[in-house]
Structure formats: C-alpha cells, structure tokens
Design a protein around this ligand. Sequence first.
Ligand code: AMP
Length: 542
Amino acid sequence: MQGLMQDWPLLISRIIEHGARCHGSSEIVTYTVEGEVHRYTFAECHMRSKKLAQALERFGIRHGDRVATLAWNTYRHVEAWYGISGMGAVTHTVNPKLFSEQIAYIINHAEDRLLFLDLSFVSMVEGLAERLENIEAFVIMTDPDHMPATSLTNVICYETLLEAEDGAYSWPVLDENAAAGLCYTSGTTGNPKGVLYSHRSNFLHTWSAAAADTLGATARDTIMPIVPMFHANAWGIPYLAFALGARLVLNGPNFDGQMIHQMIQDQAVTITAAVPTLWLGLLDHLRKSGLKVDSLKNVIIGGAAAPANMIEAFETEYDVQVCHAWGMTETSPIGTIGTLNGVTAQWSRDEQLKLKVKQGRPPLGVELKVIDDDGKELPKDGKTFGHLMVRGPWVARRYFRDEGGDMLDPQGWFDTGDVATLDPNGYMQITDRAKDVIKSGGEWISSIELENAAVEHPSVAEAAVIGLPHPKWDERPLLILVAADGATIDKPEILEFLAGKVAKWWLPDAIVMVDEIPHTATGKIRKTELREQFRDFELPTA
Ligand code: AMP
C-alpha cells in the first residue's frame, strides 16, 4: 500500500522561492570584487535569479547542460547558482585556486558551455581560453562600468545579460533526482573527479544543516560563510540561509584577518564557517590588535582538523562556541558535527574542550562505520582506528563520467580515505588520511594527533607530520614546524612537551623548521609536497 501524501519534488528552486516568499526582506550583504558593499533582499535575489534563468534559456542552455562559475562568494554568484540549477542546468563551481592545467582539465571534462567569472579571474582565463574546448561565451560578473578590456572573445557583461530580461519566469518542475551541481575534488593524486549533486541530495542536505544541532542557525542569525562556494557548496550555507531566512553576508575576495574582523563587526555576524588556516589569520589579528568579536556566537571549523588551542582560544578568550565539523566534497559536505549531546553536556568544561577536538556526531541521514583492512567492523571504543566508511542520501555513489570506477562496496558504503575512531557517545575522530598515516613497526601513528599536540606549544605556529622510510620500523615521523612570530624553537623542549601528550613510541625521530607549510587549494596541508621536499632527509637511526 502506498502513502497518500503529495508528490512535491525536492528542488533547489523551491528553496529560493521559499526564501523570497517567507523571508523576502531578509538581506544579502556582499563585500564586492569591485570594492563597494552591496545590499539587497532575498526577494530581489530571487527576481534576478529568474532573469538569469531566462537569459540562459535564451542562450540555448538545456536541461543537464553544465555551466561553470569561477567566482568568490558574492550576490551574483548566488544568483547564478540558483538561476543555473533552477532552470534545469548544472552549476559547476570551479575552484580558482587550482593550478591552471587542472582548471582547464575540469572545465573540458565537464563540457561546460558557459563560464561565469569574476573580474579577479579575467587575466587567468585569458591565459587558459585557448585550451577550453566547449566554452561558447564568457560572462564577466560585473556591470558595464567595470567591464575590463580583454583578449577573450564572446564576452558578455553579467548586468547587461540580466537587463534584457523581465523576470516573468516560472521555475520548471524537474525530476528531483536530476543533476543540480558539480564540484570536482581537489585530489592530490590523479585527475580531479567530479561529484554530481542532485536537487534532492542538496535539498535533504539543507534540511539537515538547518537542524538546531547541526549548524545551530535560525532566522535571527547573520551567517557569513567564508568557506568559498566552490569548496563543497560553501558547506551548503547559501541554501541554508534561504531555507531559514537568515541574513547572509558574503565576503567576496576578502580573506585576511583584519577584513574578516571588520566584516563580522560591521555586519553583526553571528555564525561563520571556514577552514582552520583562515582562523589562524583572524586569531592572530585579534591578539595583536586587542580586539573582540562582539556579535559572533558560533564558528564552524572544518575541512582540516581544528587543533585544541584554536578551539580553546575561540571559546575562552573570545566567548565564541566552536562547532568542529567533518565532511567531504563527496558528502555534500556535512558528515559529522561536534555539538554536545545529553551525556557530554554534563561534562566539565575541560572535558568538553577535549571532546571538541573530535569531529563530532553524524546527523540523521549519515551512517558511519570504521573497518579494518579486511573489512571487519571495528569497536566503537574511541581508541581503535580504521577506515572510515559512510553512506546516506547526500553521499556520492559514482563520480561524473564514471571516473575511478565503482565508488561503493556491495553494501553501499563509500570508503572516505580517512582513518578514524568512533566512540561510545557516537563521536567520530579523524586520525589521518589513509595515505598519510605513519606505519611504524606494524602499528599506526596518527599524524593529525601529533600535529595537534605540537601546535599547543606556545612557540609553534603550525605543524605538519609526515612518515619517512626507516630501516627498522618501516616508517617514522618527521615533525615539521613553523615558529610563532618572534619565537625560537627549542627542539628538546618540544620533544619533552610532546612526551606528556602522546605515546612514547609516537615521538618524532626528528624536528625540522620551515618558514611556511604548503597548503592545498582547500586549505589542507600539502603532504605530498612535504614528502617530496624531505625525500632525502635522513632520520637518525641509532
Ligand atoms: P574536501 O573534499 O576537499 O572537502 O576534503 C575532504 C577531506 O578533508 C576529508 O576526507 C578529510 O580528510 C578532510 N577533513 C575535512 N574536515 C576535517 C576535519 N574537521 N578534520 C580533519 N580532516 C578533515
């Protein structure tokens, strides 16, 4: 027997329609690429998204066609997102921080027909244009006054494109399983692979993100996703804002500590989200200038492990709650979030701070398990670590164009490539990427745990740990450090400091100093580069 409820496809256009209908006066504030601060309402954003959809139809874009964006978080990018997906095409958000060969590869692989780009990327795209096989026109996301001189051909000004339309448009009723968005993973090896989101998966992810225990946002909040819209959909926040009616602040091309502080203060931001490296910049600025972040109540940290001292600084020095989250491009991205539950809420403040280093609990819709090399499920004891497997309605099942073959095991689990523990309270902790874990004498050493322990030392700004070959133990850890401003690193003292925090056999065999640790386009430590850099480094073997 079938249920007798209405069939209402879960479409992205319904998110923006709801936002405009029920929260039409909610505001979007953008720190634009052109420099000024732009403000308008959800209702205006909806109208302009519909104009964009009309313009795409007039251009001949059909259902399922891919349209690329190379853009910062701005109101025009939000309009393009909703306009492209809403009219039935696929919004392909391209990460401009990738190498230009990778950008050309993924635009060609996706067979994007149009490329929407910010002024910041015009000269980069000029250098690539010859290699772009399917792009029929370049839409520069600015107004006629700011249109640059360019060697690109078939160039359209975004505002001129919208000007020609009247917005009298009804969103098509699509199949909820139709593709809506495309985002390539910035894999460190092999070609990038495309994750193809559906309307349904993004809609369900939005509902989950809107739960009190997920991102903790309400219609009374002002949310600033500093995480870019090209990094796993800005963790779903531009959808979430319209779903809730929360005010949205968009940082444009501004990422430094001083600007982030100014935007938080000027716009009374209550919730913000980004990768740990970005928060290093904000905390450094706050400390040097003695400033506070008055309005901020919640900072979401994900994309890489948040160290304990960062969590503690936000919570105790600045009275801002940290939500440590884990996810992947393949998981839309929310997989776990570190909010307290009925048990952990009773713990002491110190115990809770320690707990927050874990990446948290999965929301309804995400199933997790940890298995050993033979596929056997491991105990949820908070100690035993193994391969982290995930499944759920917003987890990918195949990459675009079947790149990389089958993604899932026969029971439908996706191997995340992360190594993790699960504890009896339901909290997951990432200990490593499987390829970064250090295999020493048949046992595993967690590089992340060592890094987190090292950055707690006041003279350390950033730490990375890699495994180097060792004649007796297979691999041993090398600790790579960046000193805090004005500090000198005393290596024996660091070892002594670590000895109190990790098992003795985990202690690094050597410590080296560098000026800078390399990061990927999504803010992760680039360990392949470090392994290459220290390939000939000889660990002491005595
Ligand atoms: P991406 O698809 O670029 O977002 O990268 C996903 C990967 O980032 C995951 O598989 C993890 O290895 C890593 N990651 C994401 N969030 C965290 C976190 N909170 N702690 C540690 N690693 C994380």
